[in-house]
Design a protein around this ligand. Structure first.
Ligand code: GTP
Ligand code: MG
Length: 202
């Protein structure tokens, strides 16, 4: 998709009321620093529209990016960020869960996992939550540029095994540096935008 319009339409903190959108939403979940905001920038073809940082805990609100007046990317705060109070962490967790549970437009929850590391207990919990709540999980293995090409298959297998994901679970490798994998992720998103053909009356 050619992205020609991007608006940060809604920003939700822990006390905000979540928006009721009427167009498809695609959410990006994963631990802090895994590359959610960087991926969103790559998909939007913007360098730093979504704010990123080498320090974990950059995104602290749920940010709704309206793309081409057609769909939304939902940038979520990361989990597992140690430097905020347990109370705030719990509030974020509740806010994220409330959004994921109540959105009527959410088509896919992309779960981002750093391709270099074994999924954590939090990653596994998130994966299970996604499946348990009736979503088809799509994994994005980030920071692909950080491993050798010869190590790719091994690391993708490690991610799959670590999440106890079945062979049918899609795992898409991606690098926000080289943009490798970007087109595959867009294709995946576009599949969920396609309107089913109406059966013509005979
Ligand atoms: N080498 C490399 N670095 C990346 C990649 N994606 C993200 N980064 C870096 O990782 C750091 C974190 O990226 P963010 O996009 O801010 O991560 P996030 O998941 O949004 O983090 P929170 O908002 O804290 O939850 C930044 O320094 C990025 O430049 C990638 O594919 N390759
Ligand atoms: Mg972020």
């Amino acid at each position: 998709m050619n992205v020609n319009q991007v608006d940060l339409e809604t920003v939700c903190g822990v006390t905000s009321i979540l928006p009721v959108n009427t167009q498809p939403e695609f959410a990006f979940a994963g631990k802090s620093n895994v590359g959610k905001s960087s991926l969103i920038n790559s998909l939007m073809n913007r360098k730093s529209f979504a704010r990123t940082s080498s320090q974990p805990g950059k995104t602290q609100t749920i940010n709704f990016y309206h793309i081409n007046d057609k769909l939304y990317f939902v940038d979520l705060p990361g989990y597992g960020y140690a430097k905020v109070s347990a109370e705030l962490k719990a509030k974020w967790g509740k806010m994220i869960e409330k959004y994921l549970r109540t959105s009527t437009q959410l088509k896919v929850i992309f779960l981002l996992i750093d391709i270099r590391h074994e999924p954590s207990a939090n990653d596994k919990d998130m994966y299970e939550w996604i499946v348990h709540n009736g979503f088809e999980p799509v994994i994005i293995a980030t920071k692909l540029d950080k491993i050798n090409r010869s190590q790719r298959d091994k690391h993708i297998k490690m991610v799959r095994t670590g999440l106890c994901a079945g062979a049918n679970t899609k795992i898409m490798p991606f690098s926000s540096l080289s943009k490798e994998g970007r087109d595959d992720i867009w294709r995946c998103i576009e599949q969920y935008l396609e309107v089913p053909e109406t059966v013509s009356e005979l």
